[in-house]
Design a protein around this ligand. Sequence first.
Ligand SMILES: *Cc1c(COP(=O)(O)O)cnc(C)c1O
Ligand code: SF4
Length: 440
Amino acid sequence: MIETQDYKVYSLHNFDQIPQINQYLNADQIRAIEVVGHVLPFKVNNYVIDELINWENVPHDPLFILTFPQKDMLEKEHYELVDQALKNEIPLSDLRKIVNDIRTELNPNPAGQQDHNVPIMDGQRLHGVQHKYDQTLLFFPSHGQTCHAYCTFCFRWPQFIGDKNLKFAQNETSDAVKYLKRHPKITDILFTGGDPMTMTASRLKAYIEPFLDPELEHIQTIRIGTKSLSYWPYRYINDKDSEGILELFERIVKAGKHLAFMAHLNHPAELKTEAVKIAIKNIKKAGVEIRTQSPIMNHINNKAWIWRDMWNTQVKLGLIPYYMFIARDTGAQHYFSVPLVKAWQIYKDAYRQVSGIARTVRGPSMSAHPGKIEIVGPTTIDGDEVLTLNFIQGRNSDWVKRPFFAEYDEKAKWLDDLKPAFGKNKFFFETELIDDVKLN
Ligand SMILES: *Cc1c(COP(=O)(O)O)cnc(C)c1O
Ligand code: SF4
Protein backbone atom coordinates (compact mmCIF):
# COMPACT_ATOMS: atom_id res chain seq x y z
CA MET A 1 0.00 0.00 0.00
CA ILE A 2 1.20 3.45 -0.89
CA GLU A 3 -0.09 6.22 1.33
CA THR A 4 -1.53 9.38 -0.13
CA GLN A 5 1.25 11.94 -0.44
CA ASP A 6 1.33 15.65 0.19
CA TYR A 7 2.82 17.47 -2.72
CA LYS A 8 5.59 19.80 -1.65
CA VAL A 9 7.40 21.81 -4.22
CA TYR A 10 10.57 23.82 -3.81
CA SER A 11 12.28 26.43 -5.93
CA LEU A 12 14.79 29.24 -5.57
CA HIS A 13 12.64 31.01 -3.00
CA ASN A 14 12.18 28.25 -0.47
CA PHE A 15 14.79 25.56 -1.08
CA ASP A 16 16.47 26.45 2.21
CA GLN A 17 13.48 24.72 3.84
CA ILE A 18 14.50 21.35 2.40
CA PRO A 19 15.86 19.55 5.50
CA GLN A 20 18.52 17.64 3.51
CA ILE A 21 19.99 20.86 2.11
CA ASN A 22 21.37 22.00 5.44
CA GLN A 23 22.27 18.52 6.51
CA TYR A 24 24.27 17.48 3.45
CA LEU A 25 25.45 20.60 1.62
CA ASN A 26 28.11 23.13 2.57
CA ALA A 27 27.75 26.88 2.21
CA ASP A 28 29.46 26.94 -1.22
CA GLN A 29 27.13 24.33 -2.62
CA ILE A 30 24.09 26.15 -1.32
CA ARG A 31 25.38 29.39 -2.80
CA ALA A 32 25.84 27.68 -6.17
CA ILE A 33 22.19 26.63 -6.22
CA GLU A 34 21.17 30.19 -5.55
CA VAL A 35 23.42 31.72 -8.21
CA VAL A 36 22.81 29.19 -11.00
CA GLY A 37 19.13 28.95 -10.06
CA HIS A 38 18.75 32.60 -11.03
CA VAL A 39 19.63 31.72 -14.63
CA LEU A 40 18.44 28.15 -15.20
CA PRO A 41 15.02 26.96 -14.05
CA PHE A 42 14.93 25.23 -10.68
CA LYS A 43 12.04 23.31 -9.18
CA VAL A 44 11.99 20.05 -7.27
CA ASN A 45 9.40 18.14 -5.23
CA ASN A 46 9.40 16.03 -2.07
CA TYR A 47 9.30 12.70 -3.96
CA VAL A 48 12.52 13.47 -5.83
CA ILE A 49 14.14 14.71 -2.62
CA ASP A 50 13.01 11.92 -0.31
CA GLU A 51 12.85 8.90 -2.62
CA LEU A 52 15.16 9.42 -5.59
CA ILE A 53 18.20 11.39 -4.48
CA ASN A 54 20.71 9.42 -2.46
CA TRP A 55 21.91 12.20 -0.18
CA GLU A 56 24.83 10.15 1.12
CA ASN A 57 26.16 10.30 -2.42
CA VAL A 58 25.71 14.07 -2.90
CA PRO A 59 27.24 16.06 -4.66
CA HIS A 60 27.89 13.19 -7.10
CA ASP A 61 24.46 11.66 -6.98
CA PRO A 62 23.00 11.63 -10.54
CA LEU A 63 19.47 12.49 -9.42
CA PHE A 64 20.81 15.42 -7.40
CA ILE A 65 22.67 16.68 -10.46
CA LEU A 66 19.58 16.10 -12.58
CA THR A 67 17.42 18.42 -10.48
CA PHE A 68 19.65 20.82 -8.50
CA PRO A 69 21.64 23.58 -10.21
CA GLN A 70 25.39 23.00 -10.01
CA LYS A 71 28.12 25.62 -10.05
CA ASP A 72 29.77 24.38 -13.26
CA MET A 73 26.53 24.51 -15.19
CA LEU A 74 27.31 28.17 -15.82
CA GLU A 75 30.53 29.34 -17.46
CA LYS A 76 32.84 30.83 -14.86
CA GLU A 77 32.41 34.41 -16.07
CA HIS A 78 28.62 34.10 -16.08
CA TYR A 79 28.66 32.61 -12.61
CA GLU A 80 30.79 35.41 -11.26
CA LEU A 81 28.62 38.05 -12.88
CA VAL A 82 25.49 36.75 -11.16
CA ASP A 83 27.31 36.03 -7.91
CA GLN A 84 28.60 39.62 -7.76
CA ALA A 85 25.26 41.08 -8.74
CA LEU A 86 23.57 39.23 -5.89
CA LYS A 87 26.29 40.22 -3.42
CA ASN A 88 25.97 43.88 -4.40
CA GLU A 89 22.19 43.68 -4.15
CA ILE A 90 21.80 45.59 -7.39
CA PRO A 91 18.29 46.71 -8.43
CA LEU A 92 16.05 43.91 -9.65
CA SER A 93 15.75 45.36 -13.15
CA ASP A 94 19.55 45.37 -13.52
CA LEU A 95 19.76 41.81 -12.28
CA ARG A 96 17.11 40.77 -14.78
CA LYS A 97 19.09 42.30 -17.60
CA ILE A 98 22.25 40.43 -16.62
CA VAL A 99 20.31 37.18 -16.35
CA ASN A 100 18.54 37.70 -19.68
CA ASP A 101 21.80 38.46 -21.47
CA ILE A 102 23.28 35.21 -20.16
CA ARG A 103 20.21 33.25 -21.17
CA THR A 104 20.39 34.66 -24.68
CA GLU A 105 23.94 33.34 -24.94
CA LEU A 106 22.75 29.86 -23.99
CA ASN A 107 21.02 29.23 -27.33
CA PRO A 108 17.48 29.15 -25.98
CA ASN A 109 15.92 27.79 -29.15
CA PRO A 110 18.07 25.04 -30.63
CA ALA A 111 17.45 23.24 -33.93
CA GLY A 112 15.40 26.08 -35.38
CA GLN A 113 12.35 25.06 -33.42
CA GLN A 114 10.85 28.47 -33.33
CA ASP A 115 11.13 29.45 -36.98
CA HIS A 116 11.02 26.28 -38.93
CA ASN A 117 8.52 23.84 -37.57
CA VAL A 118 5.41 25.91 -37.04
CA PRO A 119 2.95 24.97 -39.78
CA ILE A 120 0.93 27.48 -41.77
CA MET A 121 -2.79 27.00 -42.39
CA ASP A 122 -4.92 29.44 -44.40
CA GLY A 123 -2.03 31.89 -44.28
CA GLN A 124 -1.81 31.79 -40.48
CA ARG A 125 0.98 30.36 -38.38
CA LEU A 126 -0.48 27.67 -36.15
CA HIS A 127 0.60 28.38 -32.62
CA GLY A 128 1.00 25.56 -30.15
CA VAL A 129 1.85 22.95 -32.73
CA GLN A 130 4.94 21.91 -34.67
CA HIS A 131 5.12 19.74 -37.73
CA LYS A 132 8.59 18.68 -38.73
CA TYR A 133 8.35 15.02 -39.76
CA ASP A 134 5.62 13.73 -42.08
CA GLN A 135 3.81 11.41 -39.69
CA THR A 136 3.89 13.26 -36.40
CA LEU A 137 2.32 16.47 -35.17
CA LEU A 138 3.63 17.92 -31.91
CA PHE A 139 1.04 19.60 -29.73
CA PHE A 140 1.88 21.88 -26.78
CA PRO A 141 -1.15 22.28 -24.51
CA SER A 142 -0.79 25.68 -22.87
CA HIS A 143 -1.73 24.25 -19.49
CA GLY A 144 0.99 21.64 -19.63
CA GLN A 145 3.98 23.95 -19.88
CA THR A 146 5.44 23.06 -16.52
CA CYS A 147 6.87 19.90 -14.92
CA HIS A 148 6.83 18.22 -11.53
CA ALA A 149 10.50 19.03 -11.22
CA TYR A 150 12.87 20.64 -13.71
CA CYS A 151 15.76 18.75 -15.22
CA THR A 152 18.92 20.81 -15.21
CA PHE A 153 19.76 19.67 -18.76
CA CYS A 154 16.37 20.51 -20.24
CA PHE A 155 16.29 22.06 -23.71
CA ARG A 156 12.78 23.29 -22.99
CA TRP A 157 14.09 25.59 -20.27
CA PRO A 158 13.01 28.89 -21.89
CA GLN A 159 9.40 27.76 -21.47
CA PHE A 160 9.73 27.74 -17.72
CA ILE A 161 11.18 31.19 -17.24
CA GLY A 162 8.24 33.14 -18.50
CA ASP A 163 9.54 34.53 -21.79
CA LYS A 164 6.37 34.61 -23.89
CA ASN A 165 8.24 34.96 -27.17
CA LEU A 166 9.89 31.64 -26.69
CA LYS A 167 6.85 29.66 -25.70
CA PHE A 168 4.80 27.51 -27.95
CA ALA A 169 1.39 27.07 -26.57
CA GLN A 170 -2.27 27.21 -27.33
CA ASN A 171 -5.33 26.46 -25.34
CA GLU A 172 -7.37 25.53 -28.36
CA THR A 173 -7.27 22.19 -30.07
CA SER A 174 -9.59 23.21 -32.88
CA ASP A 175 -6.91 24.52 -35.24
CA ALA A 176 -4.82 21.41 -34.70
CA VAL A 177 -7.81 19.17 -35.40
CA LYS A 178 -8.58 21.12 -38.58
CA TYR A 179 -4.96 20.82 -39.67
CA LEU A 180 -5.00 17.08 -39.04
CA LYS A 181 -8.16 16.67 -41.10
CA ARG A 182 -6.32 18.23 -44.02
CA HIS A 183 -3.21 16.09 -43.51
CA PRO A 184 -4.24 12.45 -43.74
CA LYS A 185 -0.60 11.32 -43.81
CA ILE A 186 -0.18 12.26 -40.16
CA THR A 187 -0.60 9.16 -38.02
CA ASP A 188 0.70 10.41 -34.68
CA ILE A 189 -0.08 13.28 -32.41
CA LEU A 190 2.44 13.86 -29.66
CA PHE A 191 1.37 15.81 -26.59
CA THR A 192 4.41 17.47 -25.15
CA GLY A 193 5.35 20.45 -23.00
CA GLY A 194 6.68 20.89 -20.37
CA ASP A 195 4.86 17.88 -19.13
CA PRO A 196 1.21 17.36 -20.14
CA MET A 197 0.79 15.01 -17.16
CA THR A 198 0.97 17.97 -14.79
CA MET A 199 -2.56 18.83 -15.94
CA THR A 200 -5.68 17.70 -14.11
CA ALA A 201 -7.52 14.74 -15.58
CA SER A 202 -10.42 16.91 -16.72
CA ARG A 203 -8.18 19.40 -18.47
CA LEU A 204 -6.17 16.66 -20.15
CA LYS A 205 -9.41 15.06 -21.27
CA ALA A 206 -10.56 18.35 -22.78
CA TYR A 207 -7.34 18.50 -24.79
CA ILE A 208 -7.33 14.89 -25.95
CA GLU A 209 -11.00 14.22 -26.58
CA PRO A 210 -11.21 16.28 -29.82
CA PHE A 211 -8.52 14.08 -31.34
CA LEU A 212 -10.68 11.00 -30.87
CA ASP A 213 -13.07 12.44 -33.49
CA PRO A 214 -14.08 9.63 -35.91
CA GLU A 215 -13.08 11.91 -38.79
CA LEU A 216 -9.50 11.57 -37.56
CA GLU A 217 -9.30 7.89 -38.19
CA HIS A 218 -5.83 8.31 -39.71
CA ILE A 219 -4.54 9.21 -36.25
CA GLN A 220 -3.45 5.81 -35.01
CA THR A 221 -1.21 6.79 -32.13
CA ILE A 222 -1.56 9.33 -29.38
CA ARG A 223 1.72 9.89 -27.64
CA ILE A 224 2.22 11.67 -24.36
CA GLY A 225 5.76 12.74 -23.53
CA THR A 226 6.19 12.87 -19.77
CA LYS A 227 8.58 12.74 -16.87
CA SER A 228 5.79 12.27 -14.34
CA LEU A 229 6.31 8.52 -14.02
CA SER A 230 9.59 9.07 -12.22
CA TYR A 231 9.07 12.55 -10.75
CA TRP A 232 5.58 11.94 -9.31
CA PRO A 233 4.40 8.35 -9.77
CA TYR A 234 1.51 8.99 -7.35
CA ARG A 235 -0.17 10.60 -10.36
CA TYR A 236 -1.07 7.03 -11.36
CA ILE A 237 -1.75 5.66 -7.90
CA ASN A 238 -3.64 7.82 -5.43
CA ASP A 239 -3.54 11.48 -6.35
CA LYS A 240 -6.85 13.31 -6.18
CA ASP A 241 -7.69 12.45 -9.78
CA SER A 242 -5.56 9.38 -10.45
CA GLU A 243 -8.71 7.45 -11.28
CA GLY A 244 -9.72 10.10 -13.78
CA ILE A 245 -6.32 9.85 -15.47
CA LEU A 246 -6.45 6.07 -15.74
CA GLU A 247 -10.04 6.20 -17.02
CA LEU A 248 -9.01 8.69 -19.66
CA PHE A 249 -6.23 6.33 -20.76
CA GLU A 250 -8.76 3.51 -21.06
CA ARG A 251 -11.10 5.76 -22.97
CA ILE A 252 -8.39 6.57 -25.54
CA VAL A 253 -7.57 2.90 -25.98
CA LYS A 254 -11.26 2.01 -26.33
CA ALA A 255 -11.59 4.69 -29.01
CA GLY A 256 -9.24 2.52 -31.06
CA LYS A 257 -6.05 4.51 -30.62
CA HIS A 258 -2.68 3.26 -29.55
CA LEU A 259 -1.74 5.26 -26.48
CA ALA A 260 2.02 5.54 -26.29
CA PHE A 261 3.28 6.85 -22.98
CA MET A 262 6.75 8.22 -23.67
CA ALA A 263 8.51 8.12 -20.31
CA HIS A 264 11.60 10.24 -19.88
CA LEU A 265 13.96 8.20 -17.74
CA ASN A 266 17.58 9.21 -17.34
CA HIS A 267 18.92 6.79 -14.76
CA PRO A 268 18.03 3.33 -13.40
CA ALA A 269 17.69 4.85 -9.90
CA GLU A 270 14.41 6.37 -11.10
CA LEU A 271 12.94 2.87 -11.33
CA LYS A 272 13.89 1.64 -7.87
CA THR A 273 10.90 2.75 -5.76
CA GLU A 274 7.80 0.78 -4.89
CA ALA A 275 5.68 3.70 -6.11
CA VAL A 276 7.09 3.73 -9.63
CA LYS A 277 6.51 -0.01 -9.98
CA ILE A 278 2.88 0.30 -8.94
CA ALA A 279 2.41 3.28 -11.26
CA ILE A 280 3.76 1.24 -14.19
CA LYS A 281 1.37 -1.61 -13.42
CA ASN A 282 -1.60 0.72 -13.26
CA ILE A 283 -0.74 2.47 -16.52
CA LYS A 284 -0.19 -0.81 -18.33
CA LYS A 285 -3.46 -2.19 -16.94
CA ALA A 286 -5.23 0.64 -18.76
CA GLY A 287 -3.94 -0.78 -22.05
CA VAL A 288 -1.15 1.75 -22.47
CA GLU A 289 2.31 0.95 -23.85
CA ILE A 290 5.21 2.70 -22.12
CA ARG A 291 8.27 3.59 -24.17
CA THR A 292 11.35 5.30 -22.74
CA GLN A 293 13.87 7.86 -23.83
CA SER A 294 16.76 9.88 -22.47
CA PRO A 295 19.71 11.95 -23.55
CA ILE A 296 23.19 10.73 -22.67
CA MET A 297 24.79 13.16 -20.27
CA ASN A 298 28.04 13.73 -18.51
CA HIS A 299 27.71 13.53 -14.69
CA ILE A 300 24.43 11.59 -14.96
CA ASN A 301 24.50 8.57 -17.23
CA ASN A 302 27.79 8.58 -19.17
CA LYS A 303 28.63 4.92 -18.47
CA ALA A 304 27.65 1.81 -20.43
CA TRP A 305 26.64 -0.10 -17.31
CA ILE A 306 24.10 2.59 -16.44
CA TRP A 307 22.37 2.19 -19.81
CA ARG A 308 22.60 -1.59 -19.68
CA ASP A 309 21.00 -1.63 -16.24
CA MET A 310 18.44 0.95 -17.22
CA TRP A 311 17.34 -0.91 -20.37
CA ASN A 312 17.28 -4.25 -18.56
CA THR A 313 15.25 -2.88 -15.66
CA GLN A 314 12.87 -1.28 -18.12
CA VAL A 315 12.32 -4.52 -20.00
CA LYS A 316 11.75 -6.36 -16.73
CA LEU A 317 9.06 -3.87 -15.78
CA GLY A 318 7.45 -4.11 -19.22
CA LEU A 319 8.73 -0.84 -20.68
CA ILE A 320 10.09 -0.51 -24.22
CA PRO A 321 13.46 1.27 -24.66
CA TYR A 322 13.00 3.75 -27.51
CA TYR A 323 15.65 6.49 -27.84
CA MET A 324 19.07 7.52 -26.63
CA PHE A 325 19.59 11.17 -27.54
CA ILE A 326 22.65 13.38 -27.71
CA ALA A 327 22.22 16.32 -25.29
CA ARG A 328 21.03 19.34 -27.24
CA ASP A 329 23.19 22.38 -27.91
CA THR A 330 21.43 24.60 -25.40
CA GLY A 331 21.53 25.70 -21.77
CA ALA A 332 24.30 24.00 -19.81
CA GLN A 333 25.45 21.90 -22.77
CA HIS A 334 29.14 22.40 -21.95
CA TYR A 335 28.49 20.68 -18.63
CA PHE A 336 26.43 17.77 -19.90
CA SER A 337 27.68 17.11 -23.40
CA VAL A 338 29.34 13.83 -24.29
CA PRO A 339 31.29 13.82 -27.59
CA LEU A 340 29.54 11.93 -30.39
CA VAL A 341 32.18 9.21 -30.65
CA LYS A 342 32.13 8.68 -26.88
CA ALA A 343 28.32 8.49 -26.89
CA TRP A 344 28.47 5.89 -29.65
CA GLN A 345 31.02 3.87 -27.64
CA ILE A 346 28.80 3.88 -24.55
CA TYR A 347 25.74 3.01 -26.60
CA LYS A 348 27.54 0.13 -28.28
CA ASP A 349 28.98 -1.20 -25.01
CA ALA A 350 25.55 -1.17 -23.39
CA TYR A 351 23.71 -2.49 -26.46
CA ARG A 352 25.96 -5.52 -26.86
CA GLN A 353 25.24 -6.52 -23.25
CA VAL A 354 21.45 -6.66 -23.55
CA SER A 355 19.23 -9.17 -25.33
CA GLY A 356 17.35 -8.45 -28.51
CA ILE A 357 14.24 -7.60 -26.50
CA ALA A 358 15.97 -4.46 -25.19
CA ARG A 359 17.44 -3.59 -28.60
CA THR A 360 14.31 -1.74 -29.61
CA VAL A 361 16.29 1.32 -28.59
CA ARG A 362 17.61 3.66 -31.31
CA GLY A 363 20.47 6.09 -31.22
CA PRO A 364 22.55 7.79 -30.20
CA SER A 365 20.55 10.39 -32.07
CA MET A 366 20.98 14.13 -32.53
CA SER A 367 17.76 16.09 -32.98
CA ALA A 368 19.33 18.65 -35.28
CA HIS A 369 17.82 21.10 -37.74
CA PRO A 370 17.82 18.70 -40.74
CA GLY A 371 16.49 15.76 -38.71
CA LYS A 372 17.21 13.07 -36.18
CA ILE A 373 20.69 11.86 -37.03
CA GLU A 374 22.00 8.58 -35.71
CA ILE A 375 25.70 8.07 -34.96
CA VAL A 376 26.13 4.69 -36.64
CA GLY A 377 29.81 4.55 -35.75
CA PRO A 378 33.38 5.04 -36.93
CA THR A 379 34.91 3.05 -39.76
CA THR A 380 37.73 3.28 -42.31
CA ILE A 381 36.96 3.64 -46.01
CA ASP A 382 39.86 3.53 -48.47
CA GLY A 383 42.24 4.56 -45.71
CA ASP A 384 40.09 7.50 -44.57
CA GLU A 385 38.83 7.41 -40.99
CA VAL A 386 35.19 8.44 -41.07
CA LEU A 387 32.12 8.59 -38.88
CA THR A 388 29.05 6.96 -40.41
CA LEU A 389 25.77 8.78 -39.85
CA ASN A 390 22.19 8.07 -40.80
CA PHE A 391 18.88 9.92 -40.71
CA ILE A 392 16.32 8.29 -38.40
CA GLN A 393 13.97 11.16 -39.27
CA GLY A 394 14.49 13.81 -41.90
CA ARG A 395 12.98 17.21 -42.57
CA ASN A 396 12.73 15.61 -46.02
CA SER A 397 11.69 11.98 -45.57
CA ASP A 398 13.74 10.97 -48.61
CA TRP A 399 16.90 11.53 -46.53
CA VAL A 400 15.91 8.78 -44.11
CA LYS A 401 18.14 5.68 -44.17
CA ARG A 402 20.71 7.19 -46.53
CA PRO A 403 24.03 6.62 -44.75
CA PHE A 404 26.50 9.49 -45.02
CA PHE A 405 29.97 10.18 -43.78
CA ALA A 406 31.80 12.80 -41.75
CA GLU A 407 35.51 13.10 -41.04
CA TYR A 408 36.31 11.16 -37.88
CA ASP A 409 36.47 13.63 -35.03
CA GLU A 410 36.69 12.53 -31.41
CA LYS A 411 35.93 15.98 -30.10
CA ALA A 412 32.80 16.75 -32.13
CA LYS A 413 29.77 17.21 -29.93
CA TRP A 414 27.11 18.22 -32.42
CA LEU A 415 26.38 18.19 -36.14
CA ASP A 416 27.89 21.68 -36.60
CA ASP A 417 31.24 20.35 -35.40
CA LEU A 418 31.39 17.71 -38.13
CA LYS A 419 32.98 18.09 -41.57
CA PRO A 420 31.92 16.04 -44.58
CA ALA A 421 34.35 13.20 -45.30
CA PHE A 422 36.45 12.67 -48.45
CA GLY A 423 37.20 16.39 -48.89
CA LYS A 424 33.60 17.27 -49.85
CA ASN A 425 32.45 20.72 -48.82
CA LYS A 426 28.84 19.81 -48.07
CA PHE A 427 26.76 16.98 -46.70
CA PHE A 428 24.29 15.62 -49.26
CA PHE A 429 21.30 17.26 -47.62
CA GLU A 430 22.78 20.73 -47.21
CA THR A 431 22.09 22.12 -50.67
CA GLU A 432 18.47 21.15 -50.43
CA LEU A 433 18.17 22.50 -46.92
CA ILE A 434 19.17 25.96 -48.07
CA ASP A 435 17.38 25.97 -51.43
CA ASP A 436 14.04 24.48 -50.59
CA VAL A 437 11.80 27.23 -49.21
CA LYS A 438 9.10 24.64 -48.62
CA LEU A 439 11.21 23.38 -45.76
CA ASN A 440 10.59 26.53 -43.80
C1 LIG B 1 11.52 13.16 -32.32
C2 LIG B 1 10.51 13.97 -32.95
C3 LIG B 1 9.33 13.39 -33.43
C4 LIG B 1 9.04 11.91 -33.31
O1 LIG B 1 9.94 11.11 -34.04
P1 LIG B 1 9.82 9.53 -33.96
O2 LIG B 1 11.03 9.00 -34.62
O3 LIG B 1 8.55 9.17 -34.67
O4 LIG B 1 9.75 9.17 -32.52
C5 LIG B 1 8.41 14.21 -34.04
N1 LIG B 1 8.63 15.54 -34.21
C6 LIG B 1 9.76 16.13 -33.77
C7 LIG B 1 9.96 17.60 -34.00
C8 LIG B 1 10.74 15.38 -33.13
O5 LIG B 1 11.86 15.95 -32.70
S1 SF4 C 1 10.56 16.84 -17.39
FE1 SF4 C 1 11.11 17.05 -19.56
S2 SF4 C 1 10.35 19.08 -20.17
FE2 SF4 C 1 10.35 18.99 -17.90
S3 SF4 C 1 12.32 19.82 -17.28
FE3 SF4 C 1 12.62 17.62 -17.46
S4 SF4 C 1 13.33 17.29 -19.58
FE4 SF4 C 1 12.44 19.34 -19.46
